[in-house]
Design a protein. Sequence first.
Length: 252
Amino acid sequence: MKYKLETIPVWDAFKEDTECPICYLEEKAEERYLNFYLGSSVMNPETRVQVNQRGFCPDHFSGLLSMRSNHGLGLMTHTHLEKRMELLSPFLKNLRTEASRVAGKGALIKPRKLSAAISELEKHLSGLEESCMICDRIEYTLKRYTFTIVHLWKTEGEFREFFRNSRGFCYHHLPGLIAMAEEVLSPGKLGEFIEDVTALIESGNERLEKEILWFTQKFDSQNFDKPWGTSEDAHYRTIQKLTGRSNRKIKK
């Protein structure tokens, strides 16, 4: 699959010197798409049709609410609700029909058709929660970014040095980065890339372990007056390294 290069945002992310530049890129992409769906796209018929069909996950509905664009969000959720009602109607009708057949009969065993209707409704509702326009767009955007990271590592010596001197990547984004490298690099280059990545992860883990240890020791009274060094926010950065900032919404 061909991916568009996104060199400027990738360079910017590595210059931020974060625990995971892909987390930074994901956070910026999420902000961009939240603004997009509450901007002029609200009145775009094609976008509204897509939103009506797919909607947003609970996390991104909460993100849209936090943007305080009540009119735009109201317009979008109104037509989305109408579409959901339309899609839900046959499942409710089927469930009601099967429930009416057994109501008041005192059956000891739940009828097979009623169980099937309940299962179909549960499956439909669960599928709706898993569907999200913003998640889909972020996922595709991150593939472009990881492709760009691998491409720059392969073609630009200056970027490779930035890469090797970075803080590495979180555990959440690491598999996608390695999978992209496996997709686009030759076996020899893939071996070099993985050597660089594993070295970053090991050095980053050692650094963070020392920082989070000193963070915990600072709460001992004998250490109150000693300097924090780089450990004052070690708990935030350690959780980001373990889970991914955008994946768990880690905020200071």
